[in-house]
Design a protein around this ligand. Structure first.
Ligand SMILES: Cc1ncc(COP(=O)(O)O)c(C=O)c1O
Length: 407
């Protein structure tokens, strides 16, 4: 087992020393976004103070420095995912934009009756772009069911549905249930049938080692802000041979090699998918975030997050009238639950008054909540800077809240 992560990492995150409503901040909303270490904040500042210029355009020194910084972030992202080449990396605004790009560029080639296979546990960002493509092309949507509160994918149903599909797009880790889907296994089954695979790695990339070659996916998307990087930058991995065949989805500067009044020759991939000035400083900050996480070790991060979630789950299980969602074992570092007679929004609001940040609502998974017969749930999601003491405080506050509502 890897050495545990020491609490001293907290000192790298200035925001963690805040007091909220007079209490020390306990930030348990990491599945929504993570906090940022000083190395990332410093990288952003340094870039704007010393290297700032536009990329791929100038011959001057600053433009060359900015271009080097941007392209070196691309190479770092390839290394982060063990992608075979930096050309497999397209910078996006985040997971949502990555999936929209694929839905547009690959999905647009679908025909009436083709099947896009999703799962019932998807985030809205892996449902809505496909609904839009389905409306445009006449392709049909199908969903792999989820097996009740334990929240696993029904793999027998997957086997029945997969042969009918052209594309399967699914989440690696569920943001609402904590389920870790067997991505390599699903991609292997899809590959044997010639089905294109899209993996939503929003909840996995910063929490565990993610290797696109051993998973064997065609596409994978994640967001920088969930892995200690800045908001506004994301990564889309796309196998090079697929990029060659894909049409660009936005037009503008950077993505062209030659333009005349009536025709454009596009730039080579991945640049043909990056129209306009990209989020250069975001890429620089993301580079620093990936360095930070890998110096810590993503296997250690995984171990830490899962242990905390397991600890929280075992304490929560002792509450009267609690419904815990997601698998009991082999889950990620989060726990979602519903407390009888306490609305999740009331719970989160009262926790906030005690300095505790948790998420309440449908977590952008309305279809999943409908499937579970729930309007909403509460979610505590952990990262490597959270501690057992924070979990204990969260549980104590929850007890008080329950007492308040149940008398
Ligand atoms: C599983 C999953 N997919 C996609 C997203 C969308 O990420 P973003 O809003 O950063 O594009 C999220 C965000 O919570 C998520 O949890």
């Amino acid at each position: 087992m890897a050495a545990p992560i020491d609490e001293s990492v907290r000192a790298d995150f200035p925001i963690l020393s805040l007091r909220i409503h007079g209490h020390p901040l306990i930030y348990l909303d990491n599945a929504a976004t993570s906090q940022k270490p000083v190395t990332v904040l410093n990288a952003l500042r340094r870039f704007y103070e010393q290297d700032n210029a536009n990329v791929h355009r100038g011959v001057h020194e600053l433009s060359n420095r900015a271009t080097d910084a941007y392209e070196s972030a691309r190479a770092r992202a390839a290394q982060f995912l063990n992608a075979p080449s930096k050309d497999c990396i397209i910078f996006t605004r985040g997971t949502t934009e990555g999936i929209n790009l694929i839905a547009h560029s690959v999905g647009n080639t679908l025909k009436v009756g083709d099947v896009i296979l999703l799962t019932e546990m998807e985030h809205h960002s892996n449902i809505v772009p496909w609904q839009m493509i389905s409306q445009r092309t006449g392709a049909k949507l199908a969903y792999v069911p989820v097996t009740g509160d334990e929240g696993l994918l029904d793999l027998d149903a997957l086997d029945r549905l997969l042969p009918t599909a052209k594309i399967i797009s699914f989440t690696h880790v569920s943001n609402a249930l904590g389920t870790i889907n067997p991505a390599a296994e699903i991609c292997a089954r899809a590959r044997r049938l010639g089905v294109t695979t899209v993996l939503d790695a929003a909840q996995s990339a910063g929490h565990m080692t993610v290797d696109v070659q051993s998973i064997g996916c065609d596409f994978l998307a994640f967001s920088g802000h969930k892995i200690c990087g800045p908001t506004g930058i994301g990564v889309l991995f796309a196998r090079s041979e697929l990029q060659e065949r894909m049409q660009p989805w936005q037009g503008g500067g950077e993505m062209i090699s030659k333009v005349d009044l009536f025709h454009t020759d596009y730039n080579v991939p991945p640049h043909k998918f990056e129209a306009g000035t990209p989020d250069i400083s975001g890429a620089v900050g993301l580079h620093a975030a990936m360095d930070y996480l890998d110096a810590l070790g993503r296997d250690r991060i995984f171990q830490h997050d899962v242990e905390l979630a397991h600890y929280a789950r075992s304490q929560l299980a002792q509450f009267a009238g609690i419904r815990l969602l997601g698998p009991e074992r082999e889950h990620s570092g989060l726990v979602s639950f519903v407390l009888k007679d306490v609305h999740a929004l009331d719970l989160a609001t009262m926790a906030d008054r005690q300095g505790i940040a948790i998420r309440a609502g449908h977590h952008c998974t309305q279809p999943l909540h409908a499937r579970l017969g729930l309007p909403s749930s509460a979610r505590a999601s952990f990262y490597f800077y959270n501690t057992r003491t924070e979990v204990d405080r969260f549980i104590a506050v929850l007890r008080d809240i329950q007492k308040y509502f149940n008398g």
